[in-house]
Design a protein. Structure first.
Length: 124
């Protein structure tokens, strides 16, 4: 009889746990090696468009300025559920290029590339 309860408890524990994995992607990948070719005060919007394609977003600013953002982020999230706790792991890679134009020429830009966002979280 004891063995039956142990089997029932074990099967119940298996049924109450589970996992799920999801892949995500935001934006469109762009050639990061081309960032080195950008020259402040010289590179034009047409050249940026030829190097990177259409931006993720465009914003009109004051004083004949425009901001283009190139964004690409991809990764995997994994959730594991146990009897009382849950663990979530997110791993990914992201690239972001912000380009500020004035009168159609690059005034300034910034570039970020890292292995984020990533984190591990456990809840009870």
């Amino acid at each position: 009889m004891k063995l039956q309860w142990i089997v029932v408890a074990f099967v119940s524990a298996l049924l109450l746990s589970g996992c799920a994995t999801s892949n995500y992607s935001v934006g469109r990948d762009f050639p990061s090696q081309e960032v080195q070719q950008i020259v402040k005060g010289k590179t034009t919007q047409a050249q940026i468009l030829a190097m990177f394609g259409k931006p993720y977003s465009k914003s009109a600013l004051e004083n004949n300025q425009e901001k283009w953002v190139y964004l690409y982020s991809h990764g995997t999230s994994h959730a594991q559920s146990y009897l009382i706790t849950m663990s979530v792991t997110v791993k990914g890679h992201r690239k972001m290029l912000d380009v500020l134009f004035k009168d159609g020429v690059v005034e300034n830009y910034s570039y970020l590339e890292d292995d984020g966002p990533s984190n591990n979280m456990t809840t009870n």
